[in-house]
Every structure is written in structure tokens, then in C-alpha cells.
Design a protein around this ligand. Structure first.
Ligand code: C2O
Ligand code: CU
Ligand code: CU
Length: 544
């Protein structure tokens, strides 16, 4: 059978462009998705930008020697400014899309893959039918037309498939790309731009002896996620770029399926963070390192000014603990165990420049929600990270379209307080269904099994929780667990900006406030460890 091939050590090989077999959905729900007919272009929508994205099989040179079979997005600009679509050189990654706030965008997604697919614009605030909902997936040969207005702030966003139970494998084969949104507020700052603004998409992959992508689609992959043994940046190994001795803006997206990075410079130069998922911070923040979980973005200002020609700086992923169970850490990722130090990319200073630019003290204004705007201050909506058997779930239930629970119904145009936490106790949680966050606190009535004991202790790992729709504010992050391990990550969370994905470490409890404005319909929330997502660690809010 073409498609995935089982390998002795590596798990599966990703094969040619033939009928593909998905990773075994060990905990998949297996139910057929109800399908909605592909959306067509509407005559009344007059786009400022129109483009075509074709999902297709291709071959790319990634390693020396034989090229690698990949799946990728091929873009064509039909209408709009030239910079709306930029091909990155030598990569399987999709083109960089650049939109401006307020623009009307039409995207024609054409499926030339051997299986169904649909694309999601991660972080963009769009109606349900434009959001890449799994029920809108299109079959090979079909086209889905997206039409939406850019309502987001300036920031870096992410497009990738969101196909039912196949998100992980489709992204892994190469379907992913970055979106940059610009707006007036940001333009007025005069941040480094053009060649001084560098998008960096970090992913990990494994290859077989024949240079083909290998994917460990086994039970451990479903449980812990996929960890490759090579780092690729913008689709390339050992990624390096030349810089002048002046300020740069590095816009980093973690496009990995499961791997979490701890960004830090090799010479321990602190990082100047100017933005996160939902755009600029109000003021720059200086950190020794930044944790970047799958789908999170960070916007860094790096001043190479004063560095001599011939010098270089390497971004590492630094050492950390406690985000994946030790047994999984040893088992997954081969030579690149998560939490061990390894290089990500290198900037080489090759030219002198006298250009300087210092970020102003105030970068932007974030419109924050006031207490009286929050509908449920005393009764947060829970997102409990739970387990049933070996599967990780949210609120004790696997994904099921039309399985909306009472707490998942949200009146449109309200803002909600949401509490995200690991439910303590183990498999029993699976049967408890939805319950208030307060009742689960401390594993009440569950034999009091803490993080150190029971299945939950053994299995406890971090989950990047993502909510579709508008960005949220993180208003509280508290921790009760292994302080030693936590010390290796705690300074790397940037909670001051607007976010759409947040890493929740074992023992953490987060409170976020999220608006649900403008659009009714089903909006997913899920773990962005894509193997967890595909295994059912996903739910929906019904905005009504
Ligand atoms: Cu980036 Cu629901 O996904
Ligand atoms: Cu999303
Ligand atoms: Cu997860």
C-alpha cells in the first residue's frame, strides 16, 4: 500500500503521491464527518486581494542527495499588491502571505492531494465557514473559496490543514505557511522591514536512509506527539542567514507537530520580545529565553549593531525539564530529545551598517477587557485537561461534531472567563464529563492523586491549548507542582500580549479572557500538539 510504510525503527515512511493511509487513529472517533458543500465565490464580494493556493504533491531537495517527496501549497496571486504572496526560497513551506488590516481577501483553495483536506487561518478572526472547519473539507479535485475581511491586528499568523484526524500527517508532509498582517499602528513605528524582517518557521522532521520523510505513527506518537530528529527552519537544515550589523526583526513561528522549543542565544544575549501571537506587546520585554510551543509565535528585535563582521550568533533550544514525561523524552526524537540543548539557526554578521533603530518605550495599545465586560466572572468555563485510558481529552470528552455540552454554548458578542488546567486524578475523569472548574480543583474526591502519583503523574505533559476565533488575554497563571523543573521554563512565558495559543505546563492553572464577537457558529478549541488534536483532544464552542 502506497502512502505510509512501516519502518523498523522509525515508524512510518511517508510515501509517494498515491492514496494515502492516515496514521492509525488509535483513539480516533472514527465517525464520518458531516460535510458541507464547498463554498463558492460570491458576486457581491469584491476582494482587494485574491489568490489561489493549490495543495499538491511535490518533490523538494531538503537533504543532500535524493530529493524528498512532500505535500505543499503552491500559490498564485490573482489580484492585489505584489507583496501579498512571496515564495520563500528552496522550501516545501507555503508562500508567505502578507495582508493589511481591513483588506478583503479571497483565497481559492484547490485540492490536488490524494485525500480530503481543508485549510485553517490560525489566529485570524473569520466566520465559521471561512475557518477551515473539518466539516468543510474538500475532496481531491475540489476547490473551496474563502472570502473574509482581515479584522486582526498586525501580527504573524499561520495557515495549515485542519482535516479531521489528518491534521498532524498533512502538516508533517509539508502543508504549512505563515501569514503576516500589517496595520497602521505598526507601520507608524518604522520597525525593521524588507530584508531586515525575517520570518522563521521552525519544524522538526525525521528522514529515512532514502531522504524520505519518516513519521512514527505508532501508539507513542499518539500519546506524546511526534518528535523528529532534525530541526528544519524555513524547510532547511542547518539554517543560517547573513545579516548586517544593525537591528533586525525576527518573526518566529513554531510550526512543529509537538516539539516545544526554549529559544535562547548561544552567547546568552537576552531576547528583546516585541510581540506574540496576536501582535505587538504594549512595550518590549527582555527575557533570558522564550518558550515556544507548537503554533505559538514570537516577534523579536535583535540588534546586531556593534558586532564585528565575521561574528555569528546561534539561536539554540536550551535545556529544560518537566514538559514531557521522562520516559517519553528518552523514547522520542532520537538524538534530539526534547529539553536537551541543540542549535536552531545561525545569524552571520557579514556587512557593516550604521543603521540604528531602538524600539520606542510604547509599541502599541492593547484594548483590554474590563471586569464588567466579562459575562461569567464567578463561574469560569473550564477547559480541563483529562485522560481516559491512554488518550488525553478536554473536559473528559473526545471530539465529536454536534456534541456541544451546556458549558460550550456561548452567547455571541460576549467575553468569557475561561480556566485551563490539568485535572488531577486519572482515567476516572473520562466519565465525569463537563463540570465546573472549581469542583475539579485539587482532584477533589478522586483519591487526591497529585501530579506525582497515578497515571496522570506518569503521563503529565505540557499542552499548547489553542482557541479559534479572537485572541485572548492571559490574566492569571498559577503553578503547583515540581518547582525545580518549573524553574527551567517559567521565565519564558510572554503573557502580556494577545494570544491564541498558550502552553499549559503540568501543574499550571491559567485564566484567560476571550471575546466571542461577530460570528455565530462552531469554533474549535484544542491542543495544538497535532497528534493530540487528531486523537480527539479537541472540542467546540457553539457561539449562538
Ligand atoms: Cu492552528 Cu485549530 O489550529
Ligand atoms: Cu486556529
Ligand atoms: Cu496535548
Amino acid at each position: 500500500m502506497a502512502g505510509f510504510h512501516r519502518l523498523s525503527r522509525r515508524g512510518f515512511l511517508l510515501g509517494a503521491c498515491a492514496a494515502a493511509v492516515g496514521a492509525p487513529a488509535a483513539y480516533g472517533q472514527g465517525h464520518a464527518m458531516r460535510r458541507i458543500a464547498p463554498n463558492r465565490a460570491s458576486d457581491s464580494f469584491n476582494p482587494d486581494v485574491e489568490l489561489e493556493l493549490i495543495c499538491k504533491c511535490d518533490v523538494k531537495s531538503i537533504l543532500t542527495g535524493r530529493p524528498t517527496r512532500v505535500w505543499c501549497y503552491i500559490g498564485n496571486l490573482i489580484k492585489g499588491p505584489q507583496n501579498a504572496l512571496t515564495e520563500l526560497p528552496d522550501t516545501y513551506l507555503g508562500p508567505l502571505l502578507r495582508f493589511a488590516a481591513g483588506q478583503k481577501v479571497r483565497i481559492r483553495l484547490r485540492n490536488e492531494l490524494p485525500e480530503a483536506t481543508i485549510t485553517h487561518w490560525h489566529g485570524l478572526h473569520v466566520p465559521m465557514l471561512m475557518d477551515g472547519h473539518p466539516t468543510t473539507a474538500i475532496d481531491p479535485g475540489e476547490t473551496y473559496v474563502y472570502e473574509f475581511e482581515i479584522r486582526n491586528r498586525a501580527g504573524m499568523y499561520f495557515y495549515h490543514p485542519h482535516t479531521h484526524e489528518k491534521t498532524a500527517t498533512q502538516v508533517y508532509r509539508g502543508l504549512a505557511g505563515a501569514i503576516i498582517v500589517e496595520d497602521e499602528e505598526e507601520r507608524a513605528l518604522g520597525l525593521p522591514s524588507g530584508e531586515f524582517e525575517i520570518p522563521l518557521v521552525i519544524q522538526d522532521r525525521s528522514f529515512d536512509g532514502d531522504n524520505q520523510l519518516a513519521y512514527g505513527g505508532d501508539m507513542h506518537t499518539s500519546m506524546f506527539g511526534f518528535y523528529g530528529d532534525r530541526v528544519l527552519v524555513n524547510g532547511r537544515c542547518n539554517f543560517a542567514f547573513d545579516v548586517a550589523s544593525r537591528p533586525y526583526r525576527l518573526r518566529i513561528l513554531n510550526g512543529s507537530n509537538a516539539r516545544i522549543y526554549k529559544l535562547c542565544w548561544d552567547d546568552r544575549t537576552p531576547l528583546t520580545v516585541i510581540g506574540v501571537d496576536g501582535g505587538l506587546l504594549e512595550q518590549p520585554e527582555t527575557r533570558p529565553y522564550v518558550m515556544l510551543a507548537p503554533a505559538e509565535r514570537v516577534d523579536l528585535l535583535v540588534d546586531f549593531g556593534g558586532r564585528r563582521q565575521g561574528s555569528q550568533m546561534t539561536m539554540l533550544s536550551g535545556e529544560f525539564y518537566g514538559l514531557i514525561p521522562p520516559m517519553a523524552q528518552r523514547m522520542m526524537g532520537g538524538d534530539l530529545a526534547m529539553g536537551e540543548e541543540f542549535p536552531l539557526f545561525t545569524a552571520k554578521v557579514t556587512r557593516a551598517s550604521s543603521d540604528t533603530w531602538k524600539p520606542p518605550e510604547k509599541l502599541s495599545t492593547i484594548r483590554r477587557l474590563r471586569r464588567e465586560q466579562i459575562a461569567n466572572l464567578d463561574d469560569p468555563i473550564p477547559i480541563a485537561i483529562t485522560m481516559a485510558g491512554m488518550a488525553m481529552l478536554l473536559n473528559g470528552r473526545p471530539y465529536g461534531h454536534d456534541d456541544i455540552q451546556p458549558r460550550e454554548r456561548i452567547p455571541v458578542d460576549t467575553a468569557q472567563l475561561i480556566e485551563i488546567f490539568s485535572a488531577r486524578g486519572d482515567a476516572g475523569m473520562g466519565h465525569m464529563g463537563m463540570m465546573g472548574g472549581r469542583m475539579m480543583r485539587g482532584g477533589m474526591g478522586m483519591g487526591g492523586m497529585g501530579m506525582g502519583g497515578g497515571m496522570m503523574g506518569m503521563m503529565s505533559m505540557a499542552h499548547p491549548i489553542h482557541l479559534h476565533g479572537q485572541q485572548f488575554e492571559i490574566i492569571e497563571r498559577s503553578f503547583d507542582g515540581d518547582e525545580n523543573a518549573y524553574d527551567s521554563i517559567r521565565h519564558g512565558f510572554i503573557d502580556s500580549g494577545l494570544k491564541d495559543t498558550v502552553l499549559v505546563a503540568p501543574g499550571e492553572r491559567l485564566r484567560i479572557v476571550k471575546p466571542f464577537s461577530d460570528f455565530k457558529g462552531r469554533f474549535m478549541y484544542h491542543c495544538h500538539n497535532l497528534e493530540h488534536e487528531d486523537a480527539g483532544m479537541m472540542r467546540e464552542f457553539s457561539v449562538e
